[in-house]
Write a protein that binds this ligand. Sequence first.
Ligand SMILES: [Zn+2]
Ligand SMILES: [Zn+2]
Length: 418
Amino acid sequence: MKYSAPKGTRDILPSEIFMWQKAARTFSDICHLYGYEEIRIPTFEDTNVFQRGVGDTTDVVQKEMYTFEDKGGRSITLRPEGTAGVVRAYIENGMASLPLPVRMFYDITAFRYEKMQKGRYREFHQFGLEAFGAEGPEIDAEIISIVNVFFKKMGLDKISLHINSIGCPKCRKAYNELLKDHFRPHIDEMCEDCRNRFEKNPLRMIDCKVDGEKDIVKNAPRLIDHLCDECRAHYELLKSRLDNMGIAYTEDPNIVRGLDYYTRTVFEFVSENVGTQGTICGGGRYDGLVESLGGSATPGIGFAMGEERFLLEAQAQGVVFDKPDYVKIFFAAMSDEAKDYISKLCYQLRLEGIGCEQDLLGRSFRAQMKYAGKSGVPYMAVIGDEELSGDSLKIKKMEDGTEMTVSKADLIGYLKGI
Ligand SMILES: [Zn+2]
Ligand SMILES: [Zn+2]
């Protein structure tokens, strides 16, 4: 019997993991610089958590959830994203009593039963963060700057920021009436989804995949032109904060969110690289979400970024990830006494934080030399009778064959420096 990884999953192999680690470390370092701390949430939750609070942009997610009954008869769902679980944790752990804003980041796997296509997996990885308790646009601007710093640190430059405001329930109510007046005479020309959305959620008719190119959709009134005074002021201040930091943006009235608890700021980072265009990171404000999951009314904002998508984009933009040399040196033994010496030496070096390797397969001296050449280790040293009785070793740089004589007393200092 030969097994394969389930459809929609993949192994991330040791030969590529350093790219993931680099991205994860960079992301967490930046979050820490801004005062965010990591949260680790469960892989699965009570299905209701996601039915009430999936923080994604589409209702599609609900249809793609991995939902099952556990042996105790509970309905369980594998998380399709991070936001709902973080909000549940915020409420359950009484974090509202902590100094505000409460700011947390995460690095998770998530699960969606998606149609198979290139670069899409049913188990995938996301970075993201959420911040609770701050209503003003300062934090919106700060969160956007976090993503910006991340792309800069990772070396991606063909990315643009798109922002919009989708207002609050107050201005959306008035706007929905405007939209209905606009679409009413043409509703028969629209797709079935749109005819359903007309009563429930006319805002979603604007980003309809089927009707999006029709004039009736293109000429629809824009929410951004009908914000209430408070939402207008919030949006203007966000833009001035971004201007102030020198972060360029495009105002994009077409970014909308379908669910009621989304409010005001929405943003996307979009690739401008030929061949890989598309959204890499999406985020926004959800001032109604904590309440809809049973907490007290609390403003919130966050974003998420697909790691698979990010890494494809980084490679498409020519970002080179250097594989770190964790192991610096291989010691080849010419005798059994040399083996004893090396195993003690390696232990001491590792205590000092120096990565090193020795033969573990009982190889002949020749085979050890061959292994050192193949393994990609940057330095090696041969231990024979001379080295055992003398007080120095010869360290060979594999790249060009140059040798350096180093006294045993100075070995740790020398290896730390290379
Ligand atoms: Zn408003
Ligand atoms: Zn439609």
